[in-house]
Ligand binder design. Sequence first.
Ligand SMILES: [Zn+2]
Length: 82
Amino acid sequence: MKRTDLINRLRVAGYHDDQAALVRLYTENRIRYDKAIRTFDEGKRLRRSGVRCDCYECRREAHAPPQGYGILGAAAWERGES
Ligand SMILES: [Zn+2]
């Protein structure tokens, strides 16, 4: 899994408070535990701040709004990557 994909999945897992996904992503990939937890918590924080989730499942449920304007796009923007 690419690093960016891993980070995005951890963030989405946090957004959905999906502990099982966190454990699976951590054990199956090379990432420091504190980094995994920090990214997971970032997803939770984004949910509390009302940012929309734009993971595949959520976009499908919302009948596919544009990609890149929810937590994945917002998080990239926060890091200055856009
Ligand atoms: Zn989602």
